[in-house]
Design a protein. Structure first.
Length: 89
């Protein structure tokens, strides 16, 4: 998104449009640990980081959607790691 579009709700609306119909809420995504603005958006809209690393891809983060059945466990596993990541910036 362009900087001018940040904060207008378009990213959250796109996420909901793309993932809203996921069967049983089972949606997930991968993003770079360096995509700080995207990570803030995902976490603000209810996505949770998975604590397990992506094999061979140390710079990737896995997130589970707001209605994903494994979401609560993901939050427990990644709580400390997620806080460390947010404390940096």
């Amino acid at each position: 998104m362009t900087p001018e579009a940040h904060g207008c709700g378009l990213g959250a609306a796109l996420l909901d449009a793309v993932t809203g119909a996921a069967p049983g809420g089972r949606c997930w995504l991968l993003t770079s640990v360096r995509a700080e603005a995207a990570l803030r958006l995902y976490e603000r809209t209810g996505w949770r980081r998975v604590g397990a690393p992506v094999p061979g891809r140390a710079a990737l983060v896995v997130l589970l959607g707001p209605r994903h059945p494994g979401r609560s466990r993901a939050g427990e596993e990644s709580g400390a790691a997620g806080r460390r990541g947010r404390d940096r910036g």
